[in-house]
Write a protein that binds this ligand. Structure first.
Ligand code: NCD
Length: 313
């Protein structure tokens, strides 16, 4: 059977097979080359992407728009739904139906968990989840794993440390499941305050893939033997009690001094934005930091790859 993503939805990393993930990564390499050599081409000419973002976004939104444009496609860029008929009371379902009559693919970000899945039931075109509440962010996970596997070419037993708001952070939900599925990790360190630990269902699915999990509150010791140090922002918008957010927002702050004791070929990653100093500015210039360089560029390559694989046979 040939592996293909043609006309498929991407709502959760659970739906991806290892073969499909490898296909995306191979295609992303091609896209990287294409952008470097020619800036792009017109292989998606005649196709339209509607980006429906019901929540703020800098990178995911603009990289999807860029990806479509570099491949010659058109865009309906809704970075915020404020001036749409949603404001007049139009339902989410009708909104999705409307845009799926104009566009060939919908990229949806929403504050509520599960909305991209609902959209996929109404839309007659493929839907990509660009982040749904505290649920998932599958394209971020793909670009993160692409960054990791590209750096540690043949590694199998990586130590991956995820730090911060593991309860509400959708990036780490998708990422930990995807890493476990790829079989590249020996051990996860889940570092969080006791009230922000990784949800039980996600831990279960990781253990089912035979990866070991250590949960701890202490970042400094966890990062010592780590190959990947993945920092995250405490998710302000998921807190009802802003005092509780203020108590937790700067719980972890990765400094250059802490980093000086860690592995020389480690990767320091963050999905961005850095919102409360969880990574000190000095760390930006450390050669191990990829959150302002490779992670961003890989985001473009991976999203170009996905659009091409989903829209062209
Ligand atoms: C993340 C998100 O929206 O979940 N941002 C992103 O897409 N890179 C992470 C975050 O906002 O903390």
């Amino acid at each position: 059977m040939t592996i293909s993503l043609y006309q498929k939805d991407l709502v959760s990393v659970d739906s991806l097979s290892v073969g499909e993930i490898d296909l995306v990564f191979e295609e992303a390499k091609e896209m990287e080359k294409l952008v470097k050599e020619k800036g792009g081409d017109d292989r998606l000419s005649g196709k339209i992407l509607a980006a429906l973002f019901f929540e703020p976004s800098t990178r995911t939104f603009s990289s999807f728009i860029t990806a479509m444009q570099r491949l010659g496609g058109g865009i309906i860029p809704m970075n915020g739904m404020k001036n749409t008929s949603i404001d007049k009371g139009e339902s989410f379902e009708h909104t999705v139906k409307v845009f799926s009559n104009y566009a060939d693919i919908l990229v949806i970000r929403h504050p509520e968990f599960g909305m991209p899945r609902i959209a996929s039931e109404y839309a007659g075109v493929p839907v990509i989840n660009a982040g749904d509440g505290i649920g998932e962010h599958p394209t971020q996970a793909l670009l993160d794993v692409y960054t990791i596997t590209d750096h540690f070419k043949s590694s199998k037993d990586l130590v991956v440390t995820l730090v911060g708001d593991l309860k509400n952070g959708r990036t780490v939900h998708s990422l930990s499941k995807l890493i476990a599925k790829m079989g590249i990790v020996g051990k996860f360190n889940f570092v969080s305050p006791p009230v922000l630990t990784m949800p039980v269902d996600i831990k279960k699915s990781i253990v089912a893939q035979k990866a070991q999990i250590i949960e701890t509150e202490s970042m400094e010791s966890a990062i010592l033997g780590s190959d990947v140090i993945y920092m995250t922002r405490v998710q302000k918008e998921r807190f009802e009690d802003q005092k509780e957010y203020d108590r937790l927002k700067s719980y972890y702050q990765l400094t250059q001094q802490m980093l000086s004791k860690t592995k020389k070929d480690a990767l320091v990653m963050h999905p961005l934005p850095i919102a409360a100093g969880e990574i000190n500015h000095q760390v930006d210039n450390d050669p191990r930091s990829v959150y302002l360089t490779k992670q961003l560029r890989n985001g473009l390559s991976v999203r170009m790859a996905l659009l091409h694989l989903i829209l062209n046979k």
